[in-house]
Design a protein around this ligand. Sequence first.
Ligand SMILES: [Zn+2]
Length: 266
Amino acid sequence: MKNVSQVDIAPTIARALGIKMPGLDGEPIEEVESWDCQNVVLVIIDSFGYDLYRMLEPDLRFISELASHGILIGAEAVSNHTSPAIASILSGLLPEHHNIYDTKSAKISKIMSLPEIASSSGLRSAVIMEKNGAEVYEGLIDIIGGVPDSLSPSDFDREICRLSLDALAIEPRLMVSYFIGIDKTTHLGLGLDEIKDAAISIDHHVGEITGAVATGTMMILCGDHPIHAGRFKRRHGPYRVALILWKKQTSTRWSKSPVFCSHETE
Ligand SMILES: [Zn+2]
């Protein structure tokens, strides 16, 4: 497999959904071309570096199951900051071409990103992320779920999961969901046990989402950058994030059910 970068994610999704995104910096990932997927769910996990994933892999039963039945790639990270990296993931453009460096510049940017292009091509699309990031899509796409970052990291991620399950019930062709717990934990300077706890919570949320997606859906999980704060900050290259691609072939049965959001009592 040739080197894969975060800018290859948007062209891969565009090709799967049959929508056009001309003039991109990335190229579709060839290995999934024959998968013939009808829908795509993209899960962005903040600070999900490739090395971190490999270290936590034995503890992440749902994500590791997707990786072992799908494709796991250490993909080149295009930025060490969240907003430009997510903009690259969603636009297929390098930071110097999309010029998005924070949510403020994202709001005024004329660059069309994947959910917007999908929606304008008549495909129902959903974005479930931090409130300021989600507001960028106000009026542009069908389903928006904004979660305030004033919530605790674990509540934030649980809310992202709940809103993602709500969105999936409306059967979007494209859904983008964003989990923050690992990143928040590193910014708090906490240790490996706390990082692992945050990752295990996200793993359960991914398990729930995977159980709810329609057969024929491509699930793509990726990090925005390696850990960029705290004790485990990556200080030298290669800067790679975990990128996992998997297709739901039949109704997924987990050996153990994830029970984090949908079964909660209100
Ligand atoms: Zn980030």
